[in-house]
Design a protein around this ligand. Structure first.
Ligand code: MN
Length: 418
């Protein structure tokens, strides 16, 4: 696969995150008008609601794109997904007969406000990078007991809160919570002092399941991927997490990037999961490459200062794919629905500068990292803007995700003040 040329000139560059090869799906508005579906191409957005209204896109019985979410498209299933991608490629390709008509339906990304691209039905977060689980386990339980006994057999996870999911650019306020005190009988209620990020990918479930699905079926069900930051209050987490797992530590906010990058766009970048250290039970084995080679970075910019890249890693570092996670999720008969969001779990590489959370990068605060500005960080400080970046790199083109950014606002002086 090489760069596919578009009549939108800004899309025809190796450095453009949104070439014709990508065509990610978002929800946008301009000047306070109604949010609607759009597709990124170069530095523009094709207003697909307008394109459908004008008859340029005609792939369904009723309108699909005049709403502020992509769930209706997801529910239509893989055949319509393929038809839509084929038609968009045709409209936007160099030499297209539709150029004159579609030209007026372009909106500059610089002038658009982006919204959540889909209605998040439910949110589940996993813990599926072996380097991350080993690092965190070593800090909390010692090297001998780093990986829980179930870890090499199932992708472990917890049910999060769909209501906490926000789009990139949304400020996130440092939460208050109950923290461990000098002893177990003296906890206190205070602002989080160990406020952290988690670099993750989010997989979006496109079609419903009723009963257990195989890993291959799960892969078919996935509509696309976004970057995901699972904001984490480490001090709240440390006190509350046993025995039922994280709760309020993860409930403040989860940020996602505004563009859904489709599975079809990522197809040339599929990679295998790493070699199994213990053989998986049959229903969790994958029979094809279901991870992706996606370069990931974390940027941290203190208020009013330049950004430092504090970690670089790759989605292919995961031990379990999203398809395996989705298959596991369905084993109980748990119905999965269009718009379900599955967080991959923090993605960490083997090296120190490849770790996907400050908890690991600063080793629990014991080894603060140094920013390019000369400042140090163990955890996030008020005013810090945290940005995740992601792109799959091909021959002369890339499949970019856009940014997943959020700024930390200071905790309220009194969270119960009305
Ligand atoms: Mn997480």
């Amino acid at each position: 696969m090489t760069l596919l040329k578009s009549w939108v000139a800004s899309a025809n560059s190796a450095a453009c995150p949104f070439p014709l090869n990508n065509l990610p799906y978002g929800v946008f508005s301009t000047g306070g008008d109604d949010p609607r579906c759009g597709v990124a191409i170069g530095d523009q957005i094709l207003d697909v609601a307008a394109a459908e209204d004008a008859g340029l896109i005609d792939i369904s019985e009723g309108p699909l794109f005049d709403v502020p979410f992509w769930n209706e498209v997801m529910e239509e299933g893989p055949e319509l997904w393929a038809a839509l991608r084929a038609r968009l490629t045709e409209i936007l390709a160099e030499g297209s007969a539709d150029e004159a008509a579609a030209k007026d339906m372009l909106v500059s990304q610089a002038e658009a406000e982006m919204h959540l691209p889909f209605l998040v039905s439910e949110f589940t977060d996993f813990y599926a990078s072996k380097n991350h689980a080993t690092n965190v386990g070593t800090m909390f339980r010692g090297a001998e007991n780093a990986l829980p006994p179930n870890w090499l057999h199932i992708p472990i996870g917890y049910n999060g809160r769909a209501s906490s999911v926000v789009v990139s650019g949304t400020d996130v306020r440092r939460p208050w919570g109950q923290l461990k005190g000098p002893n177990d009988d003296a906890p206190r209620f205070a602002p989080c002092a160990r406020w952290d990020l988690e670099l993750e990918m989010g997989a979006i479930v496109g079609t419903a399941s009723d009963g257990p699905v195989t890993v291959a079926e799960a892969d078919e069900m996935i509509f696309g991927y976004v970057l995901l930051n699972d904001w984490s209050a480490r001090d709240i987490q440390a006190w509350e997490y046993q025995p039922l797992g994280p709760f309020q530590a993860k409930a403040t906010a989860t940020s996602i990037s505004p563009w859904i990058v489709t599975k079809a766009a990522l197809d040339p970048f599929r990679t295998d999961t790493p070699e199994r250290e213990k053989e998986l039970l049959a229903h969790l084995k994958d029979d094809g490459p279901m991870l992706y080679d996606i370069d990931l970075q974390i940027g941290l910019a203190p208020e009013g200062k330049d950004e430092s890249i504090i970690a670089r890693t790759n989605y292919s570092e995961m031990y379990y794919s999203s398809a395996q996670q989705l298959a596991h999720h369905s084993t109980s008969g748990c119905p999965m629905t269009p718009g379900d969001l599955l967080g991959s779990g923090t993605i960490s590489g083997a090296e120190k500068d490849q770790r996907g959370a400050l908890l690991e990068l600063s080793w629990g605060g014991k080894e603060p990292i140094k920013l390019d500005t000369g400042e140090e960080r163990s955890f996030l400080e008020d005013g810090d803007t945290l940005t995740l970046y992601g792109a799959a790199k091909g021959e002369g083109y890339m499949i970019g995700f856009g940014e997943c950014a959020g700024k930390t606002l200071p905790a309220l002086a009194d969270p119960y003040e009305r």
